[in-house]
Design a binder for this molecule. Structure first.
Ligand code: IPM
Ligand code: MG
Length: 366
């Protein structure tokens, strides 16, 4: 971005771009193309500082989260990640696995609040394994605690035994509950908290703290408790009943993949991982999909919806986020889809289609 262009823009932001592995670079390229258009369409300049993460970083530096990447994130307003992982690194020791880079960026930047919106769209109902009548009106926000629990507890391994400790503190539960409470207030005012309180001590602490925080600070928000096994079932039998679903790290990981199938494909789900300042890491939930990498058929919609979440949550550009989302929904209505949704469009064809609709909506508005 040259200086004269930057200075003409009303708003200027810096974003750390982390393409990563597998289909990551392909969907990242799609985000880049859309972001480049933001200047012309909305006078919004987004400078991308591209850095290594995951397997690509292991190959280049031996470290899945190099210091240069951390530094770039520190001086950025947000980070945009494609995906990490792949069979090539599966036998690496834990700290040289691509996923370790992702876990480390989450913990380094305190990204404790993971948001995964699950919204079904009528045009895509046919692609979900569920019957359409169950899918109507589904609009739930999965709020997953992202920097605690079994993912980050003490771990050890001997030849014939291993242990992963699941630990949570009161303050970790309080802050994610407040985030969920704030969100519920902007939505339908309902929280379903998911745990395994009939077995796990951490879950019993969660129940105590969540109900206390909601009672004291969010008396207008209602609370329902579900055990995780039953939540897995209720997500299929009554998905439209949920508003905000609040849960600890691993249950949220599992339930969000399950919930993604309500929308028709994992290739449609964006996510935001936020800390207490405005900084956030934005990524599609689908992962690196090594089986289809390099074939030009990766679904870029989850990444583009992640860009919209970034515009909304970290850059405070709500109108631009909405314009992008509407361009995406228009493409869905017009059947512009990748093979995972029965379509024949390539990643780049979809990106071009979204860009065309975005430009024409900006021209109409302007
Ligand atoms: C996710 C992913 C990650 C997780 C992996 C890649 C470490 O599955 O973001 O849901 O388990 O959190
Ligand atoms: Mg996952």
């Amino acid at each position: 971005m040259n200086k004269s262009t930057t200075s003409r823009s009303a708003k200027t932001f810096r974003v750390a771009g982390l393409p990563g592995d597998g289909v990551g670079p392909e969907v990242y390229q799609s985000a880049r193309q859309v972001l480049a258009l933001m200047d012309a369409c909305f006078n919004l300049s987004i400078e991308l500082d591209e850095q290594l993460i995951g397997g690509a970083a292991v190959d280049a530096t031996g470290n899945p989260l190099p210091q240069a990447t951390i530094d770039a994130c520190k001086s950025a307003d947000a980070a945009l990640l494609g995906a990490v992982g792949g069979p090539k690194w599966d036998t690496n020791p834990a700290e040289q696995r691509p996923e370790f880079g992702l876990l480390k960026i989450r913990s380094t930047f305190n990204l404790f609040c993971n948001l995964r919106p699950i919204v079904t769209h009528p045009t895509l109902h046919a692609f979900s394994p569920l019957r359409p009548e169950r899918l109507a009106g589904v609009d739930l926000m999965m709020v997953r605690e992202l920097t605690g629990g079994i993912y980050f507890g003490k771990k050890w391994r001997e030849a014939d035994q291993a242990e992963d400790v699941c630990r949570y503190t009161r303050s970790e539960i309080e802050r994610i509950t407040r985030a969920a409470g704030d969100l519920a207030r902007q939505r339908k005012g309902r929280i379903t908290m998911v745990d395994k309180a009939n077995v796990l001590e951490t879950s019993r602490l969660w129940r105590e703290v969540v109900s206390q925080v909601l009672e004291d600070e969010f008396p207008d928000v209602s609370l329902e408790n579900l055990l995780v096994d039953s939540a897995a079932m209720h997500l299929l039998t009554r998905p439209a009943d949920f508003d905000v679903m609040l849960t600890e790290n691993m249950f949220g990981d599992i339930l969000s993949d399950e919930a993604s199938m309500l929308c028709g494909s994992m290739g449609l789900l964006p996510s935001a991982s936020l800390n207490e300042s405005r900084f956030g890491l934005y990524e599609p939930i689908h992962g690196s999909a090594p089986d289809i990498a390099g074939q030009g058929k990766a679904n870029p919609y989850a990444m583009l919806l992640s860009v919209a979440m970034m515009l909304r949550h970290s850059l405070d550009c709500t109108n631009e986020a909405e314009a992008l989302e509407h361009s995406i929904y228009r493409c869905w209505d017009e059947g512009i889809l990748t093979p995972d949704l029965g379509g024949a469009c390539s990643t780049t064809q979809i990106t071009d289609a979204v860009c065309e609709r975005l430009s024409s909506s900006a021209n109409t508005a302007g």
